[in-house]
Ligand binder design. Structure first.
Ligand code: GLA
Length: 732
């Protein structure tokens, strides 16, 4: 790739002070402006709409009060601890002599044009007293309005180590009057429950200390509206998320002047990091997009960015699958599975995914108490091994995928008997289990090798394996690593090194097997973040597949993640009609986790037709622009829409979300978005249950569809409707 780099320095003026340096980090719509002061400190002076005349950025500095009562600045670009700053720091260091101060001054900055759309601004700051430097990086994806921000902290001492106490990825500063934070909380089967509230003075923190499955109770993902809560189409809003698959901490500090300082990064909890002489620490990126046109626009930018730059094959295809988890749980054998393949074939899906329970012999994996760690096929269930199944699936014309949970171990396993030292556990305390299991110590290179080999040998033995579901069902309790201890590495490196090792394994795996589709799962959505999504084609939002619940989980995830990555399965978790379950699963990557043979004739006919329908619209849903039309939190229904880039084809899903008796929403037409008002569109209902009325099939202008809308007539007896919208190519 051709890189184009410009290097800038501050120069000394006649007065002995350095000339002011202005750095504008600009996206298509927005600008983040950084400015140096007389003493070369670096401040954030602006975050907002991009100005037409860039020379005016330098006038911004004095417009807002950005100091405390003692005139100490509150808007530092990367707030250091231990000197003048008494606010929440971005960086805290214990220097080699035990001193806890750090002070950063601007040295130079570089602007590198990575390509026509991606520009990296790197600003070098140094401490004048201690040999420490920080490189602040702002990677701009111009058209998508996305900034990835991270820092590289360097210990420039030739011989001595320093300790990083706090080492944030990003420090931002906002100057509105009011701030509304939408954060998410939840637990197993109830992920992504939003809560929106106004920030009050002081610090509001979003964090996790769970280690693995770090997002079980809270993801590192939020939206922050300025002045008033934004909605889909209006309002100023920042969507932010930390790309880190481990402990995180995001602080929002509202000061006396109603300004907010945002500091996001790895959670410093139990994570002081010793930085050896002449070495650097690179923080994970904090990813954000700012919109002045509401959440919908911000989401579409984030989706486009994720598809273009983050998620493997983000603009490619996905495989619709049949999974056996809920169909069989642990109770299966070769014959049962091969029978399920026939169902997969009948449905018309692309792949069969074998879930948990296929491995371990001494302590067979017949329930969730045993076997994790012993990744050999269970001889009783699968006498002919996985290769036999891959071939049998191929004979049915479908591909084969497999579930693994390679970071985990059951105390009831041969691996545990052999390698207790590979387990994260306190050597002198009682073991503490989460789903009867413990976490392997990935900081140990031997364990990394083991985990890598679990996957590599599956691929070597089964070169046609087309899909891997990587699960992670436990948090880290009793955080202690035998390996770190033996190698004189501080225990406080465990949480950080764990995540780095997790990425190393995936990096290695991905470089050898770039095309295998992989699902990121963590007992549901306990680990959905853009750090991991660099390696995974898709994620599992929740084990909860009840359509009434799932609509809300998918709705909230869709704010941050594109539909192509969201695995939504039709299961028997709820008693809702198959049409409703399938229609809900189709607002992403649908799959099935049912026994096809047990379906009634009508249900089966419906499902077969739905798979065909989905394949005819999947490009629109996976690669188009998403519009959230009707918010389920504000009404009895939800509606979402996907429109292709040519504005020719679209799909609308309308779902009932209220389970109360006899709900009827027919008073409200759904107004579409993203169409061309001057064009005529054919609106046709698809996914019609056998024997039901044919539904709508009529032509309307884009103008009509967006201003009047269509009344889909959903009700308790007809809780979902799917509409295919197409512009006849002959239409002018
Ligand atoms: C987790 C996953 C499920 C399933 C089970 C298997 O709970 O979220 O989808 O794979 O593990 O044990």
């Amino acid at each position: 790739m051709k890189l184009f780099t410009l290097l800038f320095f501050a120069f000394l003026g006649a007065t002995g002070t350095t000339a002011q340096v202005n750095i504008a980090v600009e996206t298509k719509d927005n600008a983040l402006v950084l400015q140096t002061s007389n003493d070369s400190s670096l401040y954030i002076t602006y975050f907002g709409a991009r100005l037409k005349n860039t020379s005016e950025y330098r006038e911004i500095g004095g417009q807002y009060r950005m100091t405390d009562a003692n005139n100490s600045p509150t808007n530092n670009a990367y707030t250091p601890a231990g000197t003048w700053n008494l606010l929440e720091p971005a960086l805290e260091i214990e220097q080699a002599d035990g001193n806890h101060s750090v002070e950063l001054k601007y040295v130079n900055h570089k602007v590198t044009k990575v390509n026509d759309n991606v520009i990296l601004s790197s600003i070098l700051l140094k401490d004048a007293v201690y040999p420490v430097s920080v490189l602040l990086n702002y990677k701009v994806y111009f058209n998508e309005n996305i900034i990835e921000q991270w820092s590289v902290i360097k210990n420039e001492h030739a011989k001595k180590s320093i300790k990083l106490i706090k080492y944030a990825s990003a420090n931002l500063y906002f100057t509105s009057k009011k701030y509304f934070l939408k954060q998410y909380h939840g637990s197993w089967a109830e992920e992504m429950k939003p809560e929106e509230h106004e920030l009050t003075s002081g610090i509001k923190t979003l964090d996790s200390k769970l280690g693995t499955r770090a997002n079980l109770f809270q993801p590192p993902t939020f939206s922050l509206s300025f002045n008033k809560p934004a909605n889909e189409d209006e309002g100023e809003v920042l969507l932010g998320t930390l790309a880190w698959t481990g402990n995180f901490k995001i602080d929002f500090e509202k000061d006396a002047y109603d300004h907010v300082r945002l500091i996001a990064g790895i959670n410093p909890y139990a994570s002081q990091y010793t930085l050896l002489s002449n070495s650097s620490f690179e923080t994970p990126p904090f990813i954000y997009t700012y919109s002045r046109k509401g959440i919908g626009y911000a989401s579409r930018n984030l989706h486009r960015w994720a598809r273009n730059y983050k998620i493997p094959a983000g603009n490619g295809d996905r495989q619709i699958l049949l999974n056996n988890w809920e169909a069989t749980y642990f109770d299966f054998d070769e014959k049962k599975l091969v029978n399920l393949f026939k169902g997969a074939k009948e449905l018309g899906v692309d792949l069969f995914l074998l879930d948990d329970g296929w491995f371990a012999n001494k302590y067979p994996r017949n329930d969730d108490h045993a076997g994790l760690g012993d990744w050999q096929e269970n001889k009783k269930k699968l006498p002919n091994g996985i290769p036999f199944l891959v071939n049998a699936a191929e004979k049915q014309g479908i591909k084969f995928g497999i579930w693994v949970e390679p970071e985990m171990i059951n105390p009831k396993s041969e691996l545990y008997e052999k390698h207790r030292d590979w387990v994260i556990r306190q050597p002198n305390r009682k073991e503490y289990y989460f789903r009867n299991q413990l976490v392997l110590d990935l900081t140990n290179p031997q364990v990394q090798k083991f985990v890598y080999n679990v996957l590599d040998s599956l691929m070597i033995k089964n070169p046609k394996l087309a899909f891997i579901k990587w699960d992670c069902n436990a948090v880290i309790y009793n955080a202690y690593s035998d390996y770190l201890q033996k190698n004189n590495i501080p225990q406080t490196h465990l949480y950080v090194e764990y995540v780095k090792a997790f990425y190393n394994i995936l990096e290695k795996f991905r470089s050898k097997y770039p095309d295998v589709h992989m699902m990121l799962c963590s007992g549901g959505g306990g680990r959905v973040d853009y750090g991991a999504m660099k390696y995974f084609t898709e994620y599992w939002p929740s084990d909860n597949t009840d359509p009434y619940e799932r609509i809300f989980i998918q709705w909230e995830n869709s704010v941050f993640f594109p539909s192509i990555a969201s695995c939504n399965h039709v299961t028997d978790w709820s008693k809702s009609p198959i049409k409703f379950r399938t229609d809900v699963a189709m607002m992403g990557k649908p799959g099935f986790d049912i026994v096809v043979d047990k379906l009634s004739e009508k249900d089966k006919a419906f499902a077969i037709d739905a798979v065909k329908n989905f394949k005819s619209v999947k490009d629109i849903i996976w690669h188009g622009d998403m519009y959230r039309l009707v918010n389920p939190w504000e009404s009895n229904s939800a509606a979402v829409m996907y429109v292709d880039s040519a504005q020719r084809n679209a799909v609308v899903f309308n779902y009932l979300t209220n389970r109360r008796y006899n709900v009827n929403t027919s008073a409200d037409p759904v107004k579409f978005k993203g169409l061309d008002p001057s064009k005529k569109y054919l609106v046709k209902e698809i996914n019609i249950y056998p024997g039901d009325n044919p539904g709508i099939n009529a032509a309307f202008s884009g103008d009509f569809l967006m201003n009047v809308g269509i009344n889909t007539g959903i009700s308790s007896s007809r809780p979902s409707v799917v509409l295919k919208i197409s512009q006849p190519y002959t239409d002018k």
